[in-house]
Design a protein. Structure first.
Length: 273
């Protein structure tokens, strides 16, 4: 697979996917969004790759979340042909759909978090099966810090299952940054590794998994997903998507970027008989 914003390497049956926008701390622009959707859709059916490692290029970040510079371009980018409730919904679903694709892919995913995992990057790390982190790593559910709801891209579904309800509520409601050591203590991270040992450790764990039978590995992840999905992930994502679109619309209305009511309502209402 050829990409502009990602790099994929196959080492035997171990795949390594790297967010590859180091100059932007691996922030997700519209190109990366489409390439990630294409990648995870293809992984649903690939049999030559049995385990995946997910990491970021450079020293600034694993994935710093949404590319806010592109998101500010209301005439294109994430919003296609412009600002509308429909385009906001489509864009939001392209993001949240990545979490469903990550969880449903048959390959176990090991996140090697080498730096900042913010917003979408935080959700990508949560959607992995195993998380390793360098001491420089930091985590933040930053959605609430930019005027959106703190629960986005599966956060309300995944985070409390990983760290417990109280800690999840703390992180989602405050939007505070959690360093690698605290993340390890609360169980968000399985293991801390020096930066230079992070990928070697991820490869070591991946190769341990590859020693197992292909069907056994696949069915184990399937069983974990079955237990995880006792309450529907799709329902949690739909609720999050609704909340985020409503909040985005309110922000755009407050900024005078879209009208507060549809043109038809403006034409039909308030006229004299």
């Amino acid at each position: 697979m050829e990409f502009e914003t990602l790099r994929f390497e196959l080492e035997g049956e171990l795949g390594i996917l790297t967010f590859n926008r180091p100059e932007m701390a691996n922030a997700v622009n519209s190109t990366m969004l489409e390439e990630l959707n294409r990648f995870w859709e293809e992984m649903q059916h690939r049999e030559d790759c049995r385990v995946l490692v997910l990491t970021g290029e450079g020293e600034k970040g694993f994935c710093s979340g949404l590319d806010l510079k592109e998101a500010a371009d209301l005439g294109g980018g994430f919003l296609g042909d412009g600002v509308s409730g429909q385009n906001l919904w489509k864009g939001q679903r392209r993001f949240s759909g990545l979490i469903e694709l990550m969880r449903s892919c048959p390959q176990p995913v090991i996140a090697a978090v080498n730096g900042a995992a913010m917003g979408a990057g935080f959700s990508f790390a949560m959607a992995a099966d195993v998380r390793l982190a360098a001491p420089e790593a930091k985590f933040c559910a930053s959605y609430i810090n930019i005027g959106l709801g703190g629960a986005d891209m599966g956060a309300s579904y995944l985070l409390w299952r990983i760290v417990g309800w109280g800690r999840a509520a703390d992180l989602l409601l405050t939007g505070r940054v959690v360093g690698a050591e605290e993340a390890h203590r609360m169980g968000l991270v399985n293991e801390l590794c020096p930066r230079e040992d992070l990928l070697p450790k991820a490869r070591e764990i991946g190769r341990m998994m590859l020693e197992k039978s292909p069907l056994g590995l696949r069915l184990t992840k399937d069983a974990l997903n079955a237990a995880l999905n006792a309450i529907s992930l799709a329902d949690a994502l739909r609720l999050e998507d609704r909340n985020q679109v409503l909040l985005m619309e309110n922000m755009l209305i407050a900024g005078g970027m879209i009208p507060s009511s549809p043109p038809s309502a403006q034409r039909d209402g308030g006229g004299e008989e």
